[in-house]
Design a protein around this ligand. Structure first.
Ligand code: GAR
Length: 190
């Protein structure tokens, strides 16, 4: 099994979906590390309860020096032996340092059908734009935010009475299916 690191900032539901996938004997990945930039991330508790190695590297301790924080993050990932990094609700914009270090080996999940609606507040943006289809995307991370090569997308249909919260919950269900599936394909294609 290929060792992976999962980077989170909060709830960790996508991480949980990856944990569950990795528990299957035939799944091609195992989790070497769960890392959070927020020591109070709820996802860290889930990971610990699953018996996984976790670490919190608080970005606030590094002030404005994003690269100094990322050097610590990179060192922790390397020390774990992980060969692939999965961003799962990791809410920090990365500097070119970490992106270049893991180029072609770092995946992200984003809650829209990229290239539509990069950035934050994607469900509000989808409703404001009046789109009929919405969803989520797993892509490789490159220096441009939410711009890397797309590895997979999952779609939902937007209903006329949808709210951002309702869209978020239907998209999240799709995220939980998409991420483990795309990661397995990605590893199997290496
Ligand atoms: C997910 O919807 C994920 O796609 C999104 O944050 C949420 C994290 O939820 N990621 C981004 O917006 C990245 N810019 P989770 O912590 O329950 O997985």
């Amino acid at each position: 099994k290929t060792p992976i690191a999962i980077l989170i900032s909060g709830r960790g539901s996508n991480m949980r979906a990856l944990i569950e996938a990795c528990e299957r004997p035939d799944y091609p990945a195992r989790i070497a590390l769960v890392l959070s930039n927020r020591p109070d991330a709820a996802g860290l508790e889930i990971a610990r309860a699953a018996g996984l190695q976790t670490i919190a590297i608080d970005h606030k301790l590094f002030g404005k020096d994003r690269e100094a924080h990322e050097h610590k993050v990179d060192a922790a990932i390397r020390a774990s032996g992980a060969k692939i990094v999965c961003l799962a609700g990791y809410m920090r914009v990365l500097t070119p340092f970490l992106v270049n270090m893991w180029e072609g080996r770092m995946l992200n999940i984003h809650p829209s059908l990229l290239p539509a609606f990069p950035g934050l507040h994607t469900h509000e943006a989808a409703i404001a734009a009046g789109v009929k289809e919405h969803g989520c995307t797993v892509h490789l991370v490159t220096p441009g935010v939410d711009e890397g090569p797309i590895l997979g997308r999952a779609k939902i249909t937007v209903q006329s009475d949808d709210t951002p919260d309702r869209l978020a919950s239907r998209v999240l269900e799709q995220e939980h299916r998409l991420y483990p599936a795309v990661l397995a394909n990605f590893i199997n294609a290496q």
